[in-house]
Design a protein around this ligand. Structure first.
Ligand SMILES: [Zn+2]
Length: 354
């Protein structure tokens, strides 16, 4: 009887846009993005005029890496409410990460005029305009899977070498993971000054992936072996985001990128020999970019060791299956348990003494 009442209440809630939106908001807060997408999509279908339902669905889809759905949902929110600042911010960010700088800028400019609070976008707009202006001078070389953008014509041979090396990484990493992205991936080559200006990353970082691979080229020219390592590493980040969306814990993402580097992760794991300190995996879910050089070394080493253990015990395919579950909206702990056939806390305890 109780079950029947609960089912009836669920059915009523499933037809009530306000209840669905509340459930969607709670799911977003708890990072259950699959549940959030479902609730907001249903709410939007029942109540087509409400921009908040579209926006909520957009945020959830964005986090799951479903970029086309996210874009359509943010555009729906802005069509219903043209001064909807958060929807414009998320849509601009989505375009930016896809390399559509012109679209990102125009979304921001439009909402800047429509919303009184739009002034808070001025700083970001100025940065993007500067980057857009710089990039308008860039040349491109392309292979089927990669495009390299670079400023000085003299760098064309290096750009060609970079896409060739990326092609090699594509097939090498693909044969391990069984994943071969069909969308082309862009790599933008910068001088060290441009790189620091645009990425604002810590000085220990020479490359980054934020939808496109960005790298500083002077260092790359000096160390060819290092070039293969860096390109492979950033390419794996691209694959992880394409397969798993944006909720993949940093230790999984960085660990995979490091373990799959051409030379493996022996060097990266070396700092663990100097210290007994092992950060808990649960503290390594957020990005490593804000860490000091020393903490970053330990974080990368721990991530690499943990992922190497997973591959040794369960195979790389199990990690790819886990990533696909995350993109569908599964929680990390449950996807981990199912795909790696052990509880996340048990594995964490294991690597704490590794
Ligand atoms: Zn990385």
């Amino acid at each position: 009887m109780l079950a029947a009442c609960v089912a009836a209440a669920d059915a009523r809630a499933a037809e009530d846009p306000a209840a669905l939106a509340r459930a969607g908001t709670a799911a977003l807060e708890q990072q259950r993005f699959g549940d959030a997408l479902e609730a907001f999509t249903r709410a939007a279908a029942l109540q087509r005029g409400d921009a908040n339902h579209c926006f909520g669905a957009g945020v959830a889809a964005f986090m799951l890496g479903q970029n086309d759905v996210a874009q359509a949902r943010f555009e729906c929110a802005l069509a219903l409410k043209p001064d909807y600042l958060p929807a414009a911010v998320w849509l601009g960010d989505l375009h930016y990460r896809a390399g559509r700088l012109g679209d990102a800028i125009s979304i921001y400019e439009t909402v800047r005029q429509r919303s009184p609070a739009g002034r808070e976008l001025d700083e970001q707009l100025a940065t993007w305009r500067k980057e857009h202006e710089l990039q308008s001078r860039f040349h491109a070389v392309r292979t089927r899977h990669f495009t390299a953008l670079f400023e000085a014509a003299a760098d064309e041979p290096l750009a060609r070498e970079i896409v060739e090396r990326l092609d090699a990484a594509y097939w090498r990493v693909g044969s391990t993971l069984g994943v071969y992205p069909s969308q082309p991936i862009t790599v933008v080559l910068y001088t060290p000054e441009q790189f620091g200006d645009i990425t604002k990353l810590a000085d220990w970082s020479a490359a980054a992936y934020d939808g496109r691979i960005r790298m500083s080229i002077r260092g790359a020219l000096e160390q060819r072996g290092e070039l293969d390592r860096v390109l492979s590493h950033e390419f794996v980040h691209a694959v992880v985001t394409m397969v798993g969306g944006r909720t993949v814990p940093a230790w999984v993402n960085e660990g995979l990128a490091t373990v799959l580097e051409p030379g493996g992760s022996t060097d990266a794991e070396a700092p663990l020999a100097q210290t007994g300190a092992r950060p808990a995996l649960s503290t390594l879910h957020g990005s490593f970019v804000g860490l000091s050089r020393h903490d970053a070394e330990i974080a990368y080493a721990s991530a690499a060791r943990a992922v190497r253990r997973l591959i040794e015990q369960r195979g790389a395919g199990a990690i790819v299956a886990l990533l696909k579950d995350l993109a569908r909206g599964a929680s990390f702990a449950s996807a981990f348990h199912q795909r790696l056939a052990m509880r996340y806390e048990d594995f964490s305890a294991l690597v704490a003494n590794d």
